[in-house]
Design a protein around this ligand. Structure first.
Ligand SMILES: N[C@@H](CCC(=O)N[C@@H](CS)C(=O)NCC(=O)O)C(=O)O
Length: 198
């Protein structure tokens, strides 16, 4: 299997963590590409040229990290990180979606801040910043115990680390002790240590 990534991408990091947690990493070749340079290798497998993209055994590409993570979860070792059904599935899915929402707000903020100063929109930056804080607050209200490892907590932990890495001006941990404890616990795991953003 091939997994197209960038080293700092939090969406790719989730997939790389799940591959490790599920015992699949030896079957996956991680290929570093540059989506913003429209890397031909990535264009060939993903029409919207984003990482992560997974090309699994049947040769059919899968994109969008929640879908890739679920594919890896289904095909890897037990236990499931996203329960197959029932209220637990929706509890985990809800936290996963909040984590991804925080990342989406953060990526929009990065892109706006990368524009030349005279092209930047203060109102968009403010909107993405407020959305990011609200998503983090919702995560704080939703996080279970710090030792829970599932698709929701992995996404929340990845989001917290990435915001600290990419938005050093944002205080993501202040007033969010549960998220802080969760992130600290998860970052001790080999799957997190091996995939720290750089
Ligand atoms: N919803 C997507 C978002 C992926 C995404 O935004 N990836 C970024 C890197 S962090 C990217 O490839 N951006 C290139 C672009 O949008 O042109 C997912 O969850 O996989």
């Amino acid at each position: 299997m091939k997994l197209y990534i960038t080293a700092p991408s939090p969406f790719a990091r989730k997939c790389r963590i799940v591959a490790r947690e599920k015992g699949l990493v030896d079957r996956i070749e991680e290929i570093v590409v540059d989506p913003y340079a429209s890397d031909p290798a990535l264009v060939a497998v993903n029409p919207i040229v984003q990482v992560p993209t997974l090309v699994a055994g049947d040769g059919q590409p899968i994109n969008d990290s929640p879908v890739i993570c679920e594919w890896l979860d289904v095909h890897g070792s037990d236990p499931r990180l996203l329960p197959a059904e029932g209220s637990e599935r929706w509890r985990v899915k809800r936290l996963e979606t909040l984590g991804n929402a925080a990342l989406e707000m953060g990526v929009k903020r990065v892109l706006e801040l990368r524009r030349p100063e005279h092209e930047r929109s203060a109102s968009w930056i403010s909107r993405w910043t407020d959305g990011l804080h609200r998503a983090l607050d919702a995560i704080e209200a939703t996080v279970p115990t710090a030792d829970a490892v599932d698709m929701g907590t992995i996404t929340a932990g990845v989001a917290a680390t990435w915001v600290g890495f990419r938005h050093p001006d944002i205080d993501w941990s202040g007033g969010r002790p549960r998220l802080t404890a969760l992130r600290e616990a998860l970052e001790q795991r080999p799957s997190f240590i091996e995939t720290r953003p750089s």
